[in-house]
Design a protein around this ligand. Sequence first.
Ligand SMILES: C[S@@+](CC[C@H](N)C(=O)[O-])C[C@H]1O[C@@H](n2cnc3c(N)ncnc32)[C@H](O)[C@@H]1O
Length: 299
Amino acid sequence: MPAARAPRAETVGSLILSSARRLERAGVTFGHGTSNPIDEAAWLVRHALALPVAPPRDDTTRRVSADGVQAARALIAERIQSRKPAAYLLSEAWLGPYRFHVDERVIVPRSFIAELLLSDALAPWVANPASVRSALDLCTGSGCLAILLAKVFPLAAVDGSDISPDALAVARKNVSAYRLGKRVRPVESDLLAALQGRTYDLIVSNPPYVTAASMRRLPPEYRAEPGLALASGPDGLEHTRTILREARRHLNPGGILVVEIGHNRRALERAFPSLPFAWPALSSGEDAVFVLERDALPR
Ligand SMILES: C[S@@+](CC[C@H](N)C(=O)[O-])C[C@H]1O[C@@H](n2cnc3c(N)ncnc32)[C@H](O)[C@@H]1O
């Protein structure tokens, strides 16, 4: 009788590849921190094996124990069966090197504004990071952009506002994890309503901007997120209209407004044909974030 073949030894790399194939075959949707099956599998497998997300040197040939293989496979199965974003399964999301706690009370951080902050601190619109003494992250969710504002503009006092008390509880947890309680203040507010009389050198916002038609077609991963964080009326611009109407009186002279609007550039420019929107270059090639100087905003 031929001897039974020993099971093939799994390495970190082979486990990531086979997991990526499983995710792809199952047709899960990406877009919550990763954009493809390999990155998603690597995130989940590394987490299951308690390995760093970004290892200091290549560790893909490292052998994985039977327990490790089982833990990784179970996590991949959970991702496929639940159709929840990996970020919720792992209670974490990353913007560059910054880790944030997330759970289903908040949208999974993925704002393009983070890219603009981390790549060049909003240059050239902000000429000198030390000149930003006050900033507002409107619609802060997990507090991720408010925290990045505090990191990138070290002299700024930052407000992070949101209408959702649940989201603000998550923001508080993140602010405290980064020991920024003295500089970042979570505030409950319906857009700018509770911020009367407050002015800032910089306002950034990643408000809800999904159109009603897109809301009806959302894949399950996006439906796992709070609808309040996504929907913004028929054309996705309901929140942005209010922001444009009210931002000027909350900006100091020389201040700027930075707002993410997803795929809505054309609709926005049709709605506000006289506003001189600037569209910073993003790695995705999209025009998803506009910048306006205070003096260009409606009075
Ligand atoms: C797209 S999420 C952005 C969260 C976070 N800034 C980020 O980039 O991950 C939008 C946030 O706006 C909040 N929101 C929705 N309607 C709001 C309103 N009327 N006033 C203030 N915040 C609102 C939601 O609770 C949600 O946290």
